[in-house]
Structures are given as C-alpha cells and as structure tokens.
Write a protein that binds this ligand. Structure first.
Ligand code: SF4
Length: 263
C-alpha cells in the first residue's frame, strides 16, 4: 500500500494525517497481529517520524517489547513529572537496557513554570487538573514536536473511557497508534509469562495502575485497576489522551447513545 497522502499543516508545516488515513490503516491492519503490524508500519514508514510514549507502568513492558522487536531504534519518550515513584524510574532504566532501545528520551516540566504555578509542590492536592497540565500535558506537547505520530499503550479494557479504541486515530493532525487497543488483560499476562518480562516492582504490593506517587493508591481485589488513580477525585485521565473517537458497534447507529463512548 502506498503511504497515505497527507495534507500540509499550515501552522507548523508538518504533513498532517487525516481521519481518512487512519481509516485506511485500520482497514489494512484489521486482523493482523500486533508485531507484524508494527514491523510493517516502521519498515514502510507509514507513520512517518514516530515514537513510543511510555509511563513505565505495570503493563508497559509488553508494548515496549513489541516495539523493540519491530525496531529498537524507535525513540522511547517518558514524561517525568518529578512526582514519579523511584521504583518507576528504576524500572524505566531496566526496561530500556533489557530491550536495547537506542533512543530514550525523558521530558520534564519547565522549572520556571513549576516555581510559579506549583511552588509548594502540592498542586496535585487541590488542583490535579492544573498539576497534570504543567507536569504532564505541556511536557508531552514539547516531546511530540517534530513527530508525525506516536504510539500509546492504552487498552480498551482499562476503563470505560477507553472503550471503542481504534488501532489508528488522528489527534491534532498526528497519527496516534494504539497497538494494544484490543488486547485483554489475559493477553497481556500470557505475553508477560511467555516472554519472561520483568514486572514493575510495585505491582506485587497492589498497585495495578501506576502514575505519579501522590495520585496513585493500591487497588482492592475486584476493583477497576484504574480506581487507584486520583482516588477521591472526579478525574480519570491526565489530559495527555483526548477522548477516543466514536466507533459504532457492528450494525449499530452511530447516533445511538448506546454506541457512543462513555467519557
Ligand atoms: S498525576 Fe498527580 S502529581 Fe502527577 S501531574 Fe497529575 S496531579 Fe500532578
């Protein structure tokens, strides 16, 4: 297949992907296994200048292993909010080494912004959205400068806000890949065991979804794994991910509320 024809983004002169490109790619790779898809995307440069973004959480090793098997020269981006668990930073170093990635990038908040907007370092406790904006969303925007596409580790099963997750979507003219979108928890566990991947050291203590230290708590048996994130707040995402686009259920009416994603 020829590389999708892209329009030029007039603001930063970056070729912009369109929804039609995403639709074409979703159709082309329907039913194709994840590793083959990634190898093809990289080999044929279907996503242009692409990087994988990882939180180095409990499930991150699966996507990183797949990306490394496809092409270990793909850049790996980590947003260090300066509120991370020490265990996460160590786990990041372990995985980067193990998988042999050649281009590991860490992006952090701007010191002046933190000094002005989160002088005490406690903004997370009274304004988590504002805290995520300066510590995650802004650094992530900088990290994506110059990228045509990025790879996310989101899975549909993680949360109702992530249902209807396509493998390819478009956000601000960038292609966003969700290679594990249709993977189940059981698929991940099987992959971890088969490839003998190292676990995040906090997982055994009951942390099933791991973000910043102040905003992550243990999860009780049977709870949604993401229930431990921003516990007590009406907040389920950090702002890095836009709500997913609606994909009607097979045979369904896209205007039917039953076929819309729940935000
Ligand atoms: S997860 Fe918590 S500490 Fe981290 S950036 Fe968001 S509000 Fe701040």
């Amino acid at each position: 297949m020829a590389e999708p024809a892209r329009q030029i983004d007039l603001i930063d002169a970056r070729p912009a992907f369109t929804q039609a490109d995403a639709d074409t790619l979703n159709a082309r790779f329907e039913g194709v296994d994840t590793l083959t898809m990634l190898k093809t995307v990289f080999a044929e440069k279907l996503a242009g200048n692409v990087a994988v973004v990882s939180s180095f959480g409990t499930e991150s090793a699966v996507l990183l292993d797949l990306v490394a098997k496809a092409d270990r020269n793909v850049p790996v981006i980590f947003v260090d909010t300066l509120k991370m668990f020490a265990e996460t930073l160590n786990y990041r170093d372990t995985l980067i080494r193990k998988f042999g990635f050649t281009d590991s990038r860490t992006v952090a908040p701007i010191a002046d912004v933190i000094a002005k907007k989160d002088e005490t370092g406690l903004r997370w406790s009274y304004d988590p959205d504002g805290c995520c904006e300066i510590r995650k969303v802004e650094p992530m925007k900088r990290a994506k400068d110059g990228l045509d596409a990025w790879i996310s580790g989101r899975k549909a099963f993680q949360s109702v806000t992530r249902q209807n997750l396509p493998r390819f979507e478009v956000e601000d003219g960038r292609l966003k890949l969700n290679p594990l979108g249709d993977w189940t928890k059981s698929d991940l566990e099987t992959y971890f065991d088969r490839e003998n991947l190292p676990r995040h050291p906090l997982e055994a203590q009951g942390y099933l979804s791991i973000g910043c230290e102040p905003c992550t708590s243990k999860v009780a048996p049977g709870e949604d794994p993401r229930a431990g994130r921003w516990r007590g707040w009406d907040k389920v995402e950090c702002g890095i991910h836009s709500p997913v686009s609606a994909i009607p259920l097979p045979g369904g009416d896209p205007d039917d509320p039953a076929n819309q994603p729940v935000f």
